[in-house]
Design a protein around this ligand. Sequence first.
Ligand code: GLA
Length: 380
Amino acid sequence: MTPKERVVATFESRFGQHPTAVIRSPGRVNLIGDHTDYNDGFVLPLAIDRAVWLALRPRTDRMVRAWTELMDDTIEFSLDSLARGGGWVAYLQGVANELLQLGDELVGWDGVIASDIPSGAGLSSSAALELGVARAFANASELKWEPVEAALLCQRAENDWVGVSCGIMDQLICSVGEVDRAMLIDCRDLSRQAVRLPDSVVVVILDTGTRRDLVDSMYNERRESCEAVARLFGVRALRDLSMDRLESDRGKLAAVAYRRAHHVISENARTVEMAERLAGNHVIEAGCLMGQSHISLRDDFEVSSPALDAMTAAALDSPGCLGARMTGGGFGGSCVALVATDHLEKFQAEVLERYRASAGPLGSVINTKATSGTSIVPVD
Ligand code: GLA
């Protein structure tokens, strides 16, 4: 059964009725531009064909009852008594809280949630869940759906309720993704440019199988150190600092702070250039930029890991690989590779063998394609 069929069937067996709506909310992979979003910079992600699925039926009262396949767990809460706490309920309550802050009239809903996005793999399963939940509330309460506003709302839920100071990339691409296109996003004004992926290449996700604790605190610490450099230079964000100025005033900074800023400034330039290269079908140059991005994230921003380095190396050594890098927040999770379409089978046959030879038994390959953002799909 597909995840969609599963949420519909489970809804019927748990709640004894048909759902009135089914929502699909995709995960994402970022081609280039990591740790740039919260510096008002550029990112180039795509929404993937792995998603959170949510079947729902509005209620007439203010209760939310949801069952999730992932945890085999039901949660139940009233919109009149939201309480901060951990676990997956925080995503639902955080989104509800933000909607209530806007003064929206909300009704509750019964729901069943399933997902085929591996969690902790750096593919934004939480942003997908947040957007899916926002869409569920919008559907149940007949609110107007504004994809960009919804992404901002879900980001606030993650910042204020879940406690991760994430940027806007994940929520925005999950919300506004487009079929066959990556999206160059200017994270300052949220303007977007869809970039068609050339037919000659395939985006391949390489999950290292490694997951790391304490990622949230390391993430928040990286963000703070970027903001400290921006303050020191008197600019609004690192987006506004030029490489020339960083280099000429390098003496003002501790070595680590210099490296963090060096990553962000160089990564912004690479991201804009990669969008141009892909749009112009220059896939070899695009692949080179991914390689430079990995080195910068590894050496300057220090968010890679031995497993991410091993997977990147395994990808680069495999047939047809044009470029590879860690993707997302880092410390564990996944890499992304750009692979020549006509070498895909050979690439897949070799990459895990190479990775496992150097890094141990884990790892998996997820073929992907760019899909549309969070949407309501026919129930059938
Ligand atoms: C996580 C965050 C994003 C972004 C990436 C790194 O995925 O949620 O906002 O900062 O890390 O690029």
